[in-house]
Design a protein around this ligand. Structure first.
Ligand code: BES
Ligand code: ZN
Length: 445
């Protein structure tokens, strides 16, 4: 793992692990002798204030039902929260009010984003007339509306058409061999006024153009593309192609709540609270955000040796922007203080809880899960096959722990609703994160 060599304090923590295993073993024995008296996760240093107050609000104080209230607020009441939208701002205000109500030092951390906004994309046969065909614009497609004859442009190589054949035409292209941007550049050069690219297989698709195009450029599923090509074989076809879209500058924000601790060192607990525009984002990522808020509540009720920073990140879905902004805004000194970052993303739906991240932290999590009697989880090496905010911290050498679940059937869809989020899964993620925090707080005495 890339960040192991940077994990100074955690590497030190690892050297103490054999010791801790002894403690855990001793505790398990104690727990067996007097099961009701000693929670197995309580580290027995009674003189230590943090451990003493940890007993007053243990990891099991985490309430899945409390957390679920936040999922419901975000997904059912606010709804879809796309990066830079008013809904994202509304959710931020709610989260800030919740964190402040627990006594955290709370602030909104604004930043600007540039995002490609598609307001409309239309493909419609004019001659012979037909209903509009489902489509979407390529990200960085040109904007405009044209009505013109259709011409087959093959794969988009200049040898695919006779000289002059695309002049003033809508080019019909098949995906493959060349990049979208190269195909579009070639047909633009040959005088085409719009480009329609259909897929190589049956799936729908969208894409991002490496260079912005000057003409409207849209995608179709393969069956629709082939039908148009066939139609062309039978005679002239006229099409309307319209794209109304542009790059817009918007304001986004992170919500940051701090619980200062007496010792130098900071642990960041984060989640993104924006969603895709396609759905209400209950699991992605109302679930992680709700868990972070509930963690903030239980840790606000006790002493912790280090500073805890709870962050809800904006604009994750357009490329981890909020977390990148948060990391970039840290001074060198502040960055060096960050001992660990725990990211929770999609923890409320799915088969299995998974962890990835710095080996030291995954090991701590495994011991905690065992000691607390939580279900086993799978620790996957390397990436999770998914991208999320911990990567912004990993990039600058901060040890990360990424907690998530696998296989949400409603991922990035309108069906990502709160009714599918299981409060018991939120509790599992929250108790595990709380247990890891307890352990990290107990390590460096
Ligand atoms: N929440 C997902 C990442 C994820 C997927 C976590 C599955 C856990 C399980 C995240 O919001 C997302 O969609 N990420 C994108 C990349 C992002 C930079 C747009 C992805 O993974 O493709
Ligand atoms: Zn997500």
């Amino acid at each position: 793992m890339r960040n192991v060599s940077h994990a100074g304090s955690l590497a030190a923590g690892r050297r103490r692990l054999p010791d801790q295993r002894l403690w855990v073993a001793a505790l398990l024995v104690l727990a067996l002798l007097a099961p009701a008296a000693v929670p197995v996760y309580a580290v027995p240093t009674a003189d230590d204030q943090a451990a003493a107050t940890a007993l007053a609000a243990p990891a099991s104080a985490f309430s899945g039902e409390e957390a679920f209230r936040h999922v419901s607020y975000l997904a059912d009441r606010v709804g879809s929260r796309p990066a830079g939208s008013d809904k994202e701002a509304e959710a931020a205000d709610y989260l800030a009010a919740e964190l402040a109500s627990f006594g955290l030092q709370t602030e909104l951390q604004p930043f600007t984003i540039q995002t490609y906004e598609e307001r409309a994309a239309v493909v419609r046969p004019l001659t012979p007339p037909g209903p509009p065909i489902e489509t979407s614009a390529f990200i960085y497609s040109g904007s405009g509306s044209v009505a013109a004859g259709l011409a087959d442009a093959g794969l988009g190589r200049p040898s695919d058409w006779a000289p002059g054949a695309l002049e003033g035409r809508v080019a019909l292209l098949e995906r493959g061999e060349l990049t979208f941007a190269d195909k579009i550049a070639n047909v633009t050069e040959a005088g085409a006024v719009a480009a329609i690219i259909f897929n190589q297989d049956e799936r729908g698709f969208t894409g991002t153009l490496r260079n912005a195009s000057n003409i409207p450029a849209v995608s179709l599923v393969r069956a629709e593309g082939l039908a148009l090509r066939e139609q062309l074989g039978r005679g002239p076809v006229r099409m309307e192609v319209t794209v109304d879209a542009s790059v817009v500058t918007r304001q986004s924000r992170n919500v940051v709540g701090r619980l200062p601790g007496p010792r130098p060192g900071t642990i960041v607990i984060g989640s993104h609270f924006d969603s895709v525009s396609a759905g209400p984002g209950a699991n992605d990522n109302g679930s992680g955000t709700a868990t972070v808020v509930e963690l903030a509540r239980i840790f606000s009720q006790r002493q912790y040796p280090y500073t805890l920073v709870f962050v809800a990140f904006g604009s994750e879905e357009i490329g981890l922007r909020g977390s990148r902004h948060f990391v970039d805004a840290l001074s060198d000194a502040e960055r060096e203080q960050v001992k660990a970052m725990i990211n929770l993303d999609m923890v409320g739906v799915g088969d299995e809880q998974r962890l990835t991240g710095a080996t030291e932290l995954v090991d701590v999590a495994r011991e905690v899960a065992e000691a607390m009697g939580l279900p086993r989880f799978t620790a996957t090496g390397g990436g999770a096959g998914a991208s999320s905010d911990h990567e912004s911290f990993q990039r600058v050498g901060i040890p990360v722990l990424f907690i998530h679940r696998t296989s949400d059937p409603n991922y990035h869809s309108p069906r990502d609703r709160s009714e599918y989020v299981d409060p018991a899964y939120l509790a599992l993620a929250g108790q595990l994160a709380a247990g890891v925090l307890d352990r990290l707080g107990a390590e460096d005495r």
